[in-house]
Ligand binder design. Sequence first.
Ligand code: 5AD
Ligand code: SF4
Length: 474
Amino acid sequence: MILSSNKQIDEARQGEALITKGQGTRKLFLESYGCAMNFSDSEIVASILDGAGYSTTRNFEEADLILVNTCAIRDNAEQRVRGRLRDFNAVKKKNPGLIIGVLGCMAERLKSNLLEEEKIVDLVVGPDAYRDLPNLLQTVGEGHKAVNVLLSREETYADISPVRLDTNGVTAFISIMRGCDNMCSFCVVPYTRGRERSRDPESITQEARELFEKGYREVTLLGQNVDSYLWNSGKAKKEMSEEEKQSGFTFAMLLEKVAGVSPDLRVRFSTSNPKDMLDDVLHAIAKHENICKYIHLPVQSGNTAMLERMNRGYSREFYMDRIAAIHRIVPEAAISTDIITGFCGETDEEFKDTLRVMEDVRYDFAYMFFYSERPGTYAQKKYSDDIPEELKKSRLAEVIKLQQKHSAERVREGLGKIHRVLVERVSKRSEEMMSGRNSQNTVVVFPRGELKIGDYVNVLATECTLATLIGKVV
Ligand code: 5AD
Ligand code: SF4
């Protein structure tokens, strides 16, 4: 089993806008895979295409345009997309005017090969080229195939107001930066999403303000490595002088600025990289009630030699020092992680170190994967993918078993306490119950009463399941 992360939203989602802005005559079916960043990008794509006369539909059989926003992080993510493209091809046989396009990380990785390989694809567009979609669609309309996979050093789509897809009207993602400069040896992202660049803090805060005014009560600030966020007059970090870096606007400052929009707007963020998470961010979290006490701090492995092969930029000791800093500065924070089993050359001892870190931290939650070699990465070029698949999987099963125990214990620790919860939806199990999350990101379920989505309530937790607290409003 592979547990997918909130970054790796498991189910593909078909985005339909709650309120379609324009009165588009053509129908767009947009399906997204992968991380939250991809889902956030799809909202930008919907906005760009809204301006070009497309409105979204949930039924791909009535679509004029089908776009799949893809993920390339593991081989199985790509295989799922290939399967979906075959389904869409069947529709195209009945409706030859239908345009099918691939967006996102797989588009970037495979480029024009996708057009040749998958004969049904008309359009291939990488993550930095979405503004070009209307032009590219025109080219396709004239009977040609179209590709734009240029990566940019500047594009942040800062001026585009996303069309919120599949929204509950209360929680939304805001992309604060794009790309990644980390070069973890296993990871395809630096190749598919290009260089790291930060978005203007003013436009981020403005987006948060507008969301709050529309009734949203929680924003999640998204970036591949949020702690590395740095804004100084639009320059890429790598091009800043030391002085410009010193006087730049940091992630800790951004957190405080967004938290200042309203005490009733919750702020979450993802993902933190241990090597860049400094105490200033932790102090910002501690200082503001509305910055959620939840930190996703991927460890990947608990062994220093392995971390070096992964090129993560920290040792086991450094990571544990960051965990200690969280306990010291934000003692009530929940901590989650990402773990990879069976990376190149992983010995039994190295693997046991990962289990030891898990025992030491007792994560609230984890996203766990076995290693999947990605073409073009440093690991693929330099190391042998030498751990047999059964061993990768049996180690993963061990990690999952331990994590399930820790997660259940962590949830149980919430019993008998009062949790401030943002009401997000009617519970899936019962119409009579509502559900939301506490600051630590644990799902809490409680009787519906007169409550509305978007309210805050205090819930005394009286019962729990493995992953959910159940209680009464107090
Ligand atoms: N194989 C398996 N897992 C991977 N991840 C990234 N690249 C790979 C890979 N090649 C995992 C990491 C990362 C998460 C988003 O996906 O744990 O933090
Ligand atoms: Fe997101 Fe990485 Fe997948 Fe791209 S490859 S969609 S960045 S998880």
